[in-house]
Design a protein around this ligand. Structure first.
Ligand SMILES: NC(=O)c1ccc[n+]([C@@H]2O[C@H](COP(=O)([O-])OP(=O)(O)OC[C@H]3O[C@@H](n4cnc5c(N)ncnc54)[C@H](OP(=O)(O)O)[C@@H]3O)[C@@H](O)[C@H]2O)c1
Length: 311
């Protein structure tokens, strides 16, 4: 099969095309013919070698952890899914990722592709959507009437988190640059903070929840806007315990857990058009196109999701 791999850590130029054997499925897995995948910042963080301590992998590494496609083979223990099913998933984090014509997925991580979505739209959802969902539902338990700040509302995670938080009945503030004001308001944001000229920590107060996607200084300043008893989750750093105590809030760092059941719940919201996929750009499936897609993601200013059309 055709794959785009890395054989060393480095710049976008280490992404190269390679012919590899089709991966073999285990009893609890299916083989998915990949129609589309998407780019997430973890792809280029891994490519650059920033995460090599976390994953003990050997080259070649196939990056990519979002897939939408069709099942072409099922393992002997697979019960619910069949050959021919159109599915989407955030597969397990292995060195056999989704920048390839075929990929394996554990049955428990799969969900049926919403029928009203294209494969490109479906591939934009799993990793970013599950991250947004788990931050809002499992971690901060956002409920009707909560005031929620979502950092980077125009990004892959933020653009889905805004829509989900509105669906849960929250009042939503978000940060973005001026060019994205209309965009984040269309997604449902009630209050827009232009981070280039406004200081969110001076504009907002008495918030119930912060979803931090930025880390660093932004994470630290986010404590200031929470009311006592407020909840903060960061997906881009570690909260400072002293700040947690000072502001009498709860705070934690979240690392997404792939989950087919939750993805199915997100799929239902997509079917009902309560949630809309946010595909900002689509690239072809070649090493050159993936290099360009990584370059765009690495600017930190991509709008919505970057998708790769594989078939
Ligand atoms: N822990 C986990 O499990 C997990 C899961 C997913 C993602 N993440 C991490 O979460 C972060 C966000 O991921 P993503 O996929 O949403 O990234 P992304 O799509 O690349 O985010 C790009 C967006 O960030 C915005 N942005 C840049 N600087 C900003 C600032 N100072 N304030 C507010 N917005 C700003 C940009 O808006 P403008 O163009 O308007 O500036 C752009 O729309 C990444 O670091 C990623 O690695 C972690």
């Amino acid at each position: 099969m055709r794959a785009v791999v890395i054989n060393e850590y480095g710049s976008k130029n280490v992404l190269v095309g390679q012919e590899l054997p089709k991966p073999e499925i285990k009893a609890n897995q299916v083989l998915v013919e990949v129609y589309a995948t998407s780019i997430n910042p973890i792809d280029w963080k891994l490519r650059a070698g920033y995460l090599k301590q976390m994953f003990d992998w050997t080259f070649p590494i196939i990056l990519g952890w979002d897939v939408a496609g069709k099942i072409v083979e099922v393992g002997s223990e697979v019960t619910y899914f069949q050959v021919g099913d159109e599915v989407f998933a955030r597969p397990d984090t292995t060195a056999e990722g989704t920048y390839a014509e075929f990929t394996t997925v554990d049955e428990e991580l799969l969900a049926k592709k919403p029928s009203n979505l294209t494969f490109e739209e479906a591939a934009s959802i799993p990793l970013a959507g599950l991250t947004a969902w788990q931050s809002l539902v499992d971690n901060t338990k956002v409920k009707q009437g909560d005031k929620v700040l979502i950092h980077a509302g125009a990004g892959g995670v933020g653009s889905l988190a805004i829509q989900m938080a509105k669906h849960f009945g929250a009042f939503v503030a978000t940060t973005a640059s001026e060019k994205n004001e209309a965009y984040v308001k269309e997604l449902g944001a009630d209050e827009f903070i232009n981070y280039r000229i406004q200081k969110f920590e001076e504009e907002l107060s008495d918030y119930d929840v912060v979803i931090d996607t930025m880390g660093g200084d932004i994470l630290n300043k986010s404590f200031q806007i929470l009311k006592p008893g407020g909840r903060l989750v960061t997906i881009a750093g570690q909260p400072d315990l002293a700040l947690t105590e000072k502001h009498q809030v709860t705070a934690s760092s979240h690392w997404l857990k792939p989950n087919g059941k939750q993805l199915g719940e997100i799929g239902e919201l997509l079917e009902k058009r309560i949630l809309k996929p946010q595909v900002g750009s689509v690239f072809d499936f070649s090493a050159e196109a993936l290099q360009k897609a990584h370059e765009l993601s690495e600017t930190h200013h991509a709008k919505g999701k970057i998708v790769i059309k594989v078939k």
